[in-house]
Design a protein around this ligand. Structure first.
Ligand SMILES: Cc1cc2nc3c(=O)[nH]c(=O)nc-3n(C[C@H](O)[C@H](O)[C@H](O)COP(=O)(O)O)c2cc1C
Length: 167
């Protein structure tokens, strides 16, 4: 039986994470949700990088806009985050805390610029009770831009494999 699948992403700088998450959602014909903070980030890229460092170091959890979908209504949740200071973006940490992960199968996706850190481990820890059934790391350029460094065909292969695994 086809599993009910939700793809959730957070994406700020260039839409890198959104781009990968949408690709996954389209391939799986999954519902798609984008997390947004109640208070938008503003200022230059460098200013956001600095603010992000403070937020990560202090464990700040921003308030989020209400979401359309509830992970509890799905068998499989694909959760995609950009890397912020070697871990998930604070908005994604808020999302993990807000939801009940018991019994969910979780697929973790991370975009980064060359320093992936401990993001996937932290995500798995933050979604207590979920079973991680897949992981993907996608590298974009080290300047914080939108140039895809990872081989796109490997991303496609990974998506095709995931599709076989869950459908
Ligand atoms: C606040 C902040 C912190 C970042 N920290 C890292 C990092 O620790 N390691 C890394 O490889 N990239 C880091 N980056 C780069 C992003 O992870 C990368 O550009 C990502 O693909 C952006 O995704 P988005 O366009 O969906 O927001 C950081 C970017 C920001 C804005």
């Amino acid at each position: 039986m086809t599993k009910r699948t939700l793809v959730v992403c957070y994406s700020l700088s260039n839409g890198n994470t959104r781009r990968i998450a949408r690709q996954v959602a389209e391939a799986l014909s999954a519902d798609f949700e984008e997390i947004e903070t109640l208070q938008p980030y503003s200022g230059s890229y460098d200013a956001i990088v600095d603010q992000g460092q403070q937020e990560v170091n202090s464990g700040y959890r921003p308030k989020l806009k209400p979401q359309t979908y509830d992970p509890r209504d799905y068998d499989v949740v694909v959760l995609a985050t950009p890397t912020w200071w070697y871990t998930m973006a604070p908005a994604v940490a808020s999302y993990c805390l807000e939801h009940d992960w018991k019994g969910r199968s979780l697929v973790l996706v991370q975009t980064h610029g060359g320093w992936p850190g401990h993001t996937l481990e932290d995500l798995a820890d933050a979604c207590k009770g979920a079973t991680v059934i897949g992981e993907l790391q996608v590298q974009f350029d080290s300047e914080g831009g939108d140039h895809l460094v990872s081989d796109p065909s490997l991303v496609e292969e990974w998506i095709a494999h995931l599709k076989q695994q869950i459908q």
